[in-house]
Write a protein that binds this ligand. Structure first.
Ligand code: GLU
Length: 370
């Protein structure tokens, strides 16, 4: 199908460490200037561009003379703190040469999962857009807490979440390969897949393994990012960062890289918010409850087998059956309350707690299926 990105207004471009850094770990400033040039031409056409830039840890590793990517989290976090300013200095310089200004935004998963910080983020971004400033986003690595779902994990996912949350219509992942191949790209008969309309198990399988030490994600995390994008009504393109004028040509509809088409079955705005927020805990349910959920019902306390984590009423939690995630929901009861009423009949809620918020554990409109 023809690619038509003429009307696209908001674009997120993610650039990986393996693209931004040379083999000795130093930043590829020539490349950064080239990207700045393309971004500035888009901005002139009234397109809003947001960059997601990796390369902080890599730059810190080089600055500190560590030689190779450290495995332990404190050293990585330290390297990120050192490298982030080096990275931004280079971006500022690259854009300054084109007469444009940049802003640094460092995010944690929490910033997205808290409605207030999220709204603040949106406000600051639209203000920056008013001044024609290009936001450059990275994960706030030095303070990110490395526990389940507390970090984005990699900038592929971060960029997809940014795209989803700011309602971007296009996400471009610039990397060191031409796109997704139908088999190992080192094989002679491997063919580039120009377009993917459905992320099947086969597509996930050919995504394969994570990349080199200088790139965190590889294809695997890019496919995870695609799953978020396409369900958020956002097209995603994986393209080779060194394609001449790649970004501009993608925007002109040229068939560069692999396009993951936005799904016709995208989440609504509310579902998107719930689905991509940090989960504060798990509610394990039995088969009957799972079937009822899938038939369009909600969840009664009698269907709950186990409650994990500590959460308050109105926080996002994950509904799980047999280790399979079924949905994310905004709960109407806290974990403390649920521990008391799990497995019980609805008419006992009031007797046990002394009050009843709702019959169901959450309202159906507050559920995003997984
Ligand atoms: N936030 C990391 C950095 O700037 C990058 C993570 C990634 O490449 O996915 O070094």
């Amino acid at each position: 199908m023809k690619r038509d990105f003429e009307q696209v207004k908001r674009i997120v471009i993610k650039i990986g460490t393996s693209v931004l850094t040379k083999s000795d770990g130093s930043l590829d400033k020539k490349y950064m200037r080239e990207i700045a040039g393309q971004v500035c031409s888009l901005a002139k056409k009234k397109k809003e561009v947001i960059l997601v830039s990796s390369g902080a840890i890599g730059s810190g590793v080089k600055e500190l003379g560590l030689g190779t990517m450290p495995r332990d989290i404190p050293t990585r976090q330290g390297a990120a703190a050192v490298g982030q300013s080096i990275l931004m200095e280079a971006w500022r310089e690259a854009f300054r040469k084109r007469g444009a200004k940049v802003a640094q935004i460092l995010l944690t998963y929490d910033a997205f999962s808290n409605r207030r910080t999220y709204l603040n983020l949106r406000n600051s971004m639209s203000n920056l857009a008013k001044y024609g400033v290009i936001p450059i986003i990275n994960e706030n690595d030095p303070i990110a807490v490395h526990e389940i779902e507390a970090t984005f994990g990699d900038n592929d996912k971060l960029s997809a979440l940014v795209a989803a949350k700011v309602d971007a219509e296009l996400l471009i992942l610039l990397t060191d390969v031409d796109g997704l191949y139908d088999k190992n790209p080192k094989r002679k008969d491997a063919k580039l897949i120009p377009e993917i309309t459905e992320i099947t198990h086969t597509i996930e399988r050919i995504g394969g393994e994570p990349g080199s030490w200088r790139s965190k994600g590889g294809m695997k995390t890019k496919i995870e990012a695609a799953k978020i994008s396409v369900k958020s009504n956002c097209n995603m393109v994986i393209a080779n960062a060194h394609e001449k004028n790649g970004v501009t040509r993608i925007l002109q509809g040229e068939e560069v890289g692999t396009l993951f088409r936005a799904s016709k079955n995208s989440y609504t705005n509310k579902e998107r918010w719930i689905r991509f927020s940090k989960s504060h805990g798990n509610i394990k349910i039995d088969k009957g409850a799972k079937d009822a959920l899938l038939r369009g019902g909600s969840l009664l306390p009698s269907g709950i087998l186990e409650v994990k984590g500590e959460f308050n009423e109105s926080e996002v939690v994950t509904i799980v059956h047999n280790d399979q995630e079924i949905a994310k929901v905004i709960v109407d009861y806290s974990s403390e309350e649920l521990l008391k009423i799990k497995g019980k009949q609805t008419d006992q809620i009031e007797k046990i707690l002394g009050y009843k918020n709702y019959d169901n554990i959450f309202r159906r409109e507050n559920m995003a299926p997984i």
